[in-house]
Design a protein around this ligand. Structure first.
Ligand SMILES: Nc1ncnc2c1ncn2[C@@H]1O[C@H](COP(=O)(O)OP(=O)(O)OP(=O)(O)O)[C@@H](O)[C@H]1O
Length: 254
């Protein structure tokens, strides 16, 4: 569904990676693992169609995104949900924050209708928004101001915001890096639920145990390239590349 083909990318004169290929299909979780600074976030930004690769293609349903028109690109981008390391919520209720992605995807008329309904108290937020908040266990906080949430709760709202507009693809950048085990488990469970609903999920993480817990496939990003990609069990139990084994065992220090 969403794929990077032979992608090269860098910043200024620094090459981040060369000839990277990776795809994500509906209903699967793909983990990108690799040490800090190797380019996991960069690859997610390319897959999210935020930045154009220096070379190679990013294709969505077979359409090369950077050969498409601006309008086509926008339409495809709207089918992608991205959750960043920072939750970036604004100063409003949890409900408003979680509904943000839904609102920006609505037509002007739909938006006015929903605003009027909520002003006269006929609408408590769309079902999708409430369902997404339920998935991350935050239904009781819908009316709380986002600024009063804990870091873990804020991250869960950011996840719900992406889930609420029912994307076809979810890209998660270290979604649990600052979270305690309980909040981590909630997010990981939400990832599984998203997969079971047919969403293709790509998660960048340096937590190898997390990749082992949630991913169907694992891509190992090392030394400017994806050195290995395969089903999770194979990559962890019998990797083809010796560097993967060393990285997993903690013997490769970067
Ligand atoms: N906007 C930018 N301008 C210049 N260099 C950048 C930019 N974004 C990333 N880099 C550099 O590109 C390299 C890859 O960064 P990236 O954030 O993609 O790595 P990462 O694997 O996600 O790291 P981490 O696990 O620490 O988040 C790093 O050397 C980083 O300093």
């Amino acid at each position: 569904m969403l794929e990077a083909n032979e992608v090269h990318h860098g910043y200024d004169d620094e090459t981040v990676f060369e000839g990277v290929s990776l795809s994500v299909d509906p209903g699967e979780v793909v983990a990108i693992i690799g040490p800090s600074g190797v380019g996991k976030s960069t690859l997610l930004r390319l897959l999210a169609v935020f930045d154009a690769p220096d070379r190679g293609t990013i294709a969505f349903d077979g359409t090369p995104m950077w050969d498409a028109t601006e309008q086509e690109r926008l339409e495809h981008r709207r089918r992608i949900g991205m959750v960043f390391q920072e939750a970036s919520l604004f100063d409003a209720s949890v409900r408003r924050n979680a509904g943000y992605g839904v609102r920006v995807r609505q037509s002007w008329t739909e938006r006015v209708r929903h605003e009027v309904a909520s002003l006269v108290g006929k609408e408590n937020g769309t079902t999708d928004v409430l369902e997404a908040l339920e998935t991350v266990g935050l239904t009781e906080k819908v009316d709380q101001d986002a600024s009063s949430l804990s870091g873990g709760e804020a991250q869960r709202v950011a996840f719900a915001r992406a889930l609420a507009y029912e994307p076809d693809v979810l890209l998660l950048d270290e979604p649990t890096s600052d979270l305690d085990p309980r909040n981590t488990a909630v997010i990981e469970d939400a990832v599984r639920q998203a997969r079971n609903r047919g969403i293709g999920v790509t998660i960048a993480t340096h937590d190898m145990h997390q990749a082992e817990r949630v991913a169907d496939r694992v891509a190992v990003l090392l030394e400017n390239d994806i050195i290995e990609v395969g089903d999770t069990e194979t990559v962890f139990e019998s990797p083809r590349d010796d560097r993967t084994r060393k990285f997993i065992d903690g013997d490769l220090i970067y």
